[in-house]
Design a protein around this ligand. Structure first.
Ligand SMILES: C[S@@+](CC[C@H](N)C(=O)[O-])C[C@H]1O[C@@H](n2cnc3c(N)ncnc32)[C@H](O)[C@@H]1O
Length: 363
């Protein structure tokens, strides 16, 4: 059912949702608002703003009138409230719901859902106001709205996101059965690392003593404790906001007793952890090189290191990244075996975030 652009007052609405009637659609008798066709768009906006338009159902168009489906009985200043049989719509996706709620503005095409908070990209809704954020909440079925800002490029990678609707940025975000707790206005959460978080829960770390040199809110500390069976994790972290989140996350996942947090710069704190680890995590981007020696020193006589790095595609293709990394650890005085190279995600054009798993045996 195509309306030429500009011809129908209900165009935005119809274009997105109307479709040729299909037999066997679910019908429901419910309350509706009957108005003359030339008042239909005005009525739709009133019902929408009042939060009573039920867009789970199609409006009825008949004999110069439109009947809007409502989700509750209301008083109206024009038209009539009547009972009608409405045809149920196919389930709308979140992009479609946004377009219904905010028909006249440029919409973001992606966002991050964290608990009951949506984090919009930094360039979304530059002229947004409270009504915009409420409409976003209705469309995306969340309670709070935040807008990202450029992640600070310093080592703490702080978020600086702005909370536009809601009184705080704390979220308790569940992923693969793990709860990550953090203040999204202070600490960034990289959704793109999801596969690596899952992988860290899938490895066999049963009984391992683990040192996480860049623990953050526990991207890897938590799955290793909850799902991979680590005996204990020593979590080094210097950002107090991340430590706050990590502490709450350990409680939320009931693994508090198996994690020791070492607050401060790991160049100082890791000196207490020499020779104790079966496994060391080096989750710092864009490069973890300065901490390679710290990681080596933390290991027992032998163990595994997970080296995170951003690497040029070319150096992955020609093997130089793997070769040079193994060589660096050999030069510290060890035999090194390549276990696995994990391709996590794209970081920039032709730059990959990878994790190199290596087994190190000290000589
Ligand atoms: C890319 S984030 C890692 C994300 C982390 N895996 C998580 O779960 O949030 C790097 C983390 O390392 C911390 N960090 C960076 N340099 C550090 C240092 N020298 N000592 C301790 N922590 C450091 C930052 O504060 C940040 O939380």
């Amino acid at each position: 059912m195509a309306f030429p652009e500009g011809e129908d007052a209900l165009l935005t609405y119809n274009r997105i949702y109307d479709r040729p009637p299909v037999g066997g659609q679910r019908m429901e008798r419910k309350v509706g608002w009957e108005v003359p066709s030339d008042e239909a768009e005005r009525a739709r906006r009133i019902a929408l703003n009042a939060g009573v338009l039920d867009y789970g159902f199609h409006p009825i168009h008949q004999q110069g009138k439109v009947i809007w489906p409502l989700n509750e009985m209301v008083n109206v200043l024009f038209g009539e409230i009547i009972q009608s049989n409405f045809e149920a719509r196919i389930e709308l996706n979140p992009h479609q719901r946004l377009a219904v709620e905010l028909p006249d503005v440029e919409l973001p095409t992606k966002w991050e859902l964290l608990d009951d908070l949506v984090l919009l990209p930094s360039d979304s809704f530059p002229n947004g106001n409270d009504d915009t954020w409420k409409a976003v909440c209705r469309a995306l079925k969340v309670e709070r709205v935040g807008r990202g800002a450029e992640i600070d490029s310093g080592p703490m990678r702080q978020s600086r996101a702005e909370i536009l609707l809601g009184s705080h940025g704390w979220v308790n975000h569940k992923e693969n059965g793990i709860r990550y707790v953090f203040d999204a206005s202070k600490v960034m959460f990289s959704s793109g690392n999801i596969t690596e978080r899952r992988r860290m829960g899938d490895i066999n770390a049963a009984g391992d003593v683990v040192v996480d040199l860049f623990a953050g809110i526990g991207y890897y500390t938590l799955p290793i404790l909850v799902n991979a069976g680590a005996l204990v994790v020593h979590a080094c972290e210097m950002n107090p906001d991340s430590i706050d989140g990590l502490t709450k996350g350990l409680v939320a996942n009931m693994v508090m007793s198996r994690c020791h947090i070492h607050q401060g710069d790991n160049r100082q704190t890791a000196s207490k952890l020499e020779g104790i680890a079966d496994r060391v995590l080096l989750g710092l981007l864009p490069s973890s090189t300065y901490a390679w020696e710290l990681a080596f020193n933390c290991l027992k006589e032998e163990g595994i290191i997970h080296v995170h790095m951003n690497v040029e595609q070319q150096e992955l293709d020609d093997g130089t990244f793997v070769k040079e990394t193994l060589k660096s650890f050999e030069e510290m005085g060890s035999e090194v075996k390549l276990l696995h190279l994990e391709d996590v995600k794209s970081y920039a054009p032709r730059v990959r975030h990878v994790v190199l798993d290596i087994e190190v045996r000290k000589l």
